[in-house]
Write a protein of this length. Structure first.
Length: 72
């Protein structure tokens, strides 16, 4: 995965995170906002974004490439 592709992925994730609320998240993912599953996924989404932002794009690219090399 190129740095441009990693940048596209991270920018899209972070932009959605900063601009969308719980209801938009549910709309995009086709989740019922009144269901507990949706609230659980919202919390997981927030954790995911925090985790992905902990790595710089170069490191993410290396990890993706390494994972593809290890795949059977």
């Amino acid at each position: 995965m190129s740095n441009q592709q990693i940048n596209y992925l991270v920018t899209g994730i972070c932009t959605f995170y900063w601009n969308a609320d719980f209801h938009k998240f549910c709309e995009v993912c086709n989740f019922d906002p009144n269901h507990a599953y949706s609230k659980e996924k919202w919390q997981q989404w927030q954790q995911f974004v925090s985790s992905i932002k902990a790595f710089d794009q170069n490191t993410l690219a290396k990890l993706v490439e390494a994972g593809h090399q290890l795949a059977p």
